[in-house]
Every structure is written in C-alpha cells, then in structure tokens.
Design a protein around this ligand. Structure first.
Ligand code: ARG
Length: 457
C-alpha cells in the first residue's frame, strides 16, 4: 500500500513496524470529527482560492460518501495506513482522484489530530455534563424523599452526630456541582482551534483560520503554531477533572458497600444491580459500587499516563503523543459508564430507616449538643467539653445513655444544667437545633433543596 509519506523512502515498511506504529485500532473513533474537520478545511481552501471550487466540491462530496460508508459499516480500515487520518485521505484520493490529493494542502497530521481530539472531547464533555445533571437530579430526589430520615453522621468512621440522610446525599450533589464547573472550565481550553498550525511553523499559503473556526464553532483560534501541535494540557486537565469526579463516585460507592453489609444494614441494594457468588449461595454482592470504586484506579492511572507521556517532550509534535488517546478514550468511557450505572441504581436502593434510626440512639451522639447547651448557659466551651466528657464516662460506667440521665444527675456535674436540659439531648432536638448555614437541620436542608429546585443552587 502506498503511504502518503512514501516519497522519500526506498524501502518498504516492515510489517512489525506497521503493527507497532498503527493507531487505527483506537483512533478510528475519531472518524466523524476527522471528516468534519476536513470538510471545513476544504471549504476554507476553496474560499481562499488555494484550490479550485471544482476540486473543493469533489473533496466535499467524496468525504460525504466516505462518511456514509463508515456509518453503514462498509468502509475497510487498513492497518498499513497507520491512522484514521491516512485511512480517510487514502480513500478520498481513490474515490475522487488527484483532487483528493489537494485536501492536505496547508495541513499536517499534527494539527489535524489536535483538531480531531478537541472536536471529539468537546462533544463528550457535553455528554458527560448531561449525565452529571441527571445524576444530581437523582441525588436531589433521594434527598427530598428522605428529609425525615435520620442516620448517624461519622468521623473516623465512628458515630459522631445525628444527620439527615438528605444532608448526606446533598453532600454528593455539591461535589458533583464542582465537578461540573471543572469540566465546563476545561471546555474553554478544549474549544480552541489548532488547525492551521500545519506541521509546527504555520504555512506560506494564504489560509484563513478564523473562517475554519467559524465553520467548526470554535470561539478561539490558537495563538502559537508550535504550542498548537504540542499542547495536550486540555487532555490532562480533562482526565484530572475526571479523576476528581471518579473520586467522588468512589467514595459514594464505598459508603453503599459499607451500608449494604450485614454489619451496617442501612440499605438493601436492588437485586437487579447485585450479583451472587458462584460458591456461597447466600451471597448478594455489591459489585456495581465495587467496580465503580475499582475503575477509579483506572482513571487515576490514565492521569499518570498522560503526565508521564508529556513530561519530557521537546517541542513540537512527537510521536509519543499518539499515546494520549487511549487514556483519554478510556477515561471518557469509564466516567460515562460509572455515572450512568449509579444514576440507574440509586433510585432503587431501599433505605432501612429503622436500622438507621436505631444506630443514632446509642453512642452518645448528642454529647456535643450537651456541651453547646452549657456554652449557651455561659460556660466556656473547653470547660463544657470536659464536663460533658465526664458525663459520658459516667454513662459508660453505669451502662446508660445520655437520654437516660435525670436532671439531678446532670446537675451533679454542673450548676449550669437546668430542667430544660432534657429537651436538648434527644436526636430530634439535636437535628432541629442546628442553626448554622449549611447544617443538617430539616429547615436548612429543605431550604437547600428549594434553592436547588429553583436553580439557585
Ligand atoms: N496518529 C498520530 C497521532 O495520533 C497522528 C499524527 C501523526 N503525525 C506524524 N507526524 N507522524 O499522534
């Protein structure tokens, strides 16, 4: 097969070299963007009279035919043609003759591949944003449903203070909100046209980059041809943002795994989203959240891969950069799959409200509220902390809970305790008593849900 670059070569490429250098197996996924970019480039060449209108039309028609063939699965991709760019260009020349050979005027695969990846990622970012929006809706609907469901809040995985299940799920809503901001911000830097940089130095031909940018809906044109063909920051940024998102999904998954265990028993996973064991008949395993947690490792690994590929590269393009695509594609696929599967699973989880409520009843979870009661009566917090600590020790030694304490027992520890202390030690009082903005009281959480629903949040 005659390679577009065969001119200066006498020897035929070794098969082992073709196999080693070929990227068609994975960059085939860029085909739509490659054609879209080539059509815009051809229109510009025609408009600038770099090629004739006739040749321009032949090229555009030829590319249209190739589009249809690929879409219908009738196109035969060839390994020997290295990548998606050469496969399509080769097919075009075969189809429309010498006019096809004019498409690559004032262009290099270096700026072409940078363009294709940006077009691809721009589309995928929009898809991911839609998925996150839907996921956040799911989180809010759970929060709405469980505005009265009480559970232990944890620090160090030790029962700490009572919280609302709503509040817990809305925490993830906040995280995913920041994730959206991060990818939207990344999109600004993805959305820059690199085409026109040619190999690295620009071109002597009178191209019009702004026209191409307009056709492809890029709000900006890159400023430096060397940077245009060697910049992969936008990929690193996207994978970094995705790693953070995966981190969030992984933490949620970890909680679902813990909560569905016999030990916690807070939730029951839908059978349709669990799997069994091939040896232990009683098992129902939380494989979905486990895999989300595991796949987080892949995405973080992809981030390390792109950093490591890029870190020592001299300007401008180097073939190493072909290694940017698999980590990027894998990240896109993984993030989309994980958000989708969790969005489908969450609404079907059954929350065992009673078990959660019981877990709040023990463990001195309102001890902090007792200390804050003393503060409200005028005691310095450090002293209040000490007094309450002593009460907790007394309860442990006498096998009772704070709620079992009588007023006079409290008063043995401090004169600051009045009769109303008994109104401050229940779980309900602890929750309702929270006044600070962003706290877990029903009032605060409901107001947050209202703001989110009114799109202020
Ligand atoms: N397949 C290559 C890549 O993904 C396309 C660019 C090739 N450029 C070159 N000068 N060999 O990076």
């Amino acid at each position: 097969m005659n390679k577009p670059w065969a001119g200066r070569f006498k020897e035929k490429t070794e098969k082992i070299v073709e196999d080693f250098t070929s990227s068609i197996a994975f960059d085939v996924r860029l085909w739509k963007y490659d054609i879209e970019g080539s059509i815009a480039h051809a229109k510009m060449l025609g408009r600038q009279k770099i090629i004739s209108k006739k040749d321009m039309n032949l090229i555009i028609r030829g590319l249209g035919d190739i589009y249809e063939e690929i879409e219908a699965g009738r196109f035969r991709f060839k390994d020997g043609l290295e990548d998606i760019h050469m496969n399509i260009e080769h097919a075009l020349i075969k189809k429309v003759g010498p006019a096809g050979g004019k498409l690559h005027t004032a262009r290099s695969r270096n700026d072409q591949v940078a363009l294709d990846v940006r077009l691809y990622l721009r589309d995928e970012i929009h898809e991911i944003l839609k998925l996150i929006i839907n996921f956040r809706r799911v989180l809010v609907s759970i929060a709405k449903k469980h505005i009265n469901t009480v559970m232990p809040g944890y620090t160090h995985l030790q029962r700490a203070q009572p919280v609302l299940l709503s509040h817990h799920f809305l925490a993830y809503h906040e995280m995913l909100g920041r994730d959206m901001e991060r990818v939207r911000d990344c999109l600004k830097r993805v959305n820059v046209l690199p085409l026109g940089a040619a190999a690295l130095a620009g071109t002597t031909l009178p191209i019009n980059r702004n026209y191409v940018a307009k056709l492809l809906k890029f709000p900006e044109v890159s400023e430096n041809s060397m940077d245009s063909v060697s910049d992969r920051d936008f990929i690193a940024e996207f994978i970094a943002a995705s790693s953070i998102t995966m981190g969030h999904l992984s933490r949620l998954s970890e909680e679902l795994i813990l909560w569905s265990s016999e030990e916690f028993g807070f939730i029951e996973l839908p059978e349709a989203f669990a799997t069994g064991s091939s040896i232990m008949p009683q098992k129902k395993n939380p494989d979905i959240p486990e895999l989300v947690r595991g796949k987080t490792g892949r995405v973080v690994g992809n981030l390390m891969a792109i950093f490591t590929v890029m870190k020592g590269l001299p300007l401008a393009y180097n073939r190493d950069m072909q290694e940017d695509k698999e980590p990027l594609f894998d990240t896109v696929d993984t993030v989309k799959a994980c958000i989708s599967v969790l969005s489908a699973m969450l609404p079907r989880i059954r929350f065992r409200k009673k078990v959660m409520a019981e877990a709040v009843e023990s463990g001195f979870m309102t001890a902090t509220d007792v200390a804050e009661y003393l503060v409200k009566k005028g005691m310095p917090f450090r002293e209040a902390h000490g007094v309450t600590g002593a009460i907790v020790r007394y309860c442990i030694e006498n096998k009772k809970d704070i709620t079992d304490m009588t007023v006079s027992e409290f008063q043995d520890y401090s004169d600051y305790f009045k009769k109303d202390i008994v109104n401050h030690i229940t779980v309900q009082a602890s929750l309702e008593g929270k006044k600070s903005q962003g706290s877990t009281s029903g009032k605060m959480v409901s107001s947050r849900i209202r703001n989110i629903s009114n799109r202020k949040g």
